[in-house]
Ligand binder design. Sequence first.
Ligand code: URA
Length: 209
Amino acid sequence: MGKVFVCDHPLIQHKLTYIRDERTNTKDFREYVDEVATLMAYEITRNIPLEKIKVKTPVTETESSIISGRMLGLIPILRAGLGMTEGVLKLVPAAKVGHIGLYRDPETLQPIEYYVKLPTDVQERELIVIDPMLATGGSANAAITALKKRDCTQIKLMCLIAAPEGIEAVQKEHPDVDIYVAAVDEYLNDHGYIVPGLGDAGDRLFGTK
Ligand code: URA
């Protein structure tokens, strides 16, 4: 079963309050989301492996650590996932970015891929799928499935806010995927919104409401 990590650092929780606040304008909303993504990236990258290299300081030669092994790939789900991507890149600027676009088939209600563009070496990378709102889990599950179909094996999911329903859905379909969130909210309402949530993340990020 995938673990759920709630990134409850006070700075994250403080900024999340302003992200939730309906009075926060588009510019501030975008900035807060970007900042929270950077802070969450600090948690998500906590266990990436290090290796020792020799380094010569002005004083002496020593051994010091650098990040080793698998490189990272960020996979924002269009479009709201874009709002958190730059924030993560601030900490891991060498990460490659792939994009997955999904829409919901109006009849079957199943998510359909309309755009998938991934780094050529995506299978060799540790991937972070990014979607601010984990609501039903349909999009996250479809994006993770799309990556697994392309032989990706190391996948984490990063969201701002999750509904318990979404967490359960991802844990059921992808028990190997750990989920990083800033908050787990109460429930999904009849319109598919997370309660209390923040409204429509894409609209609030891009000012399209
Ligand atoms: N997507 C959003 O943007 N907000 C929600 O509350 C649920 C899904």
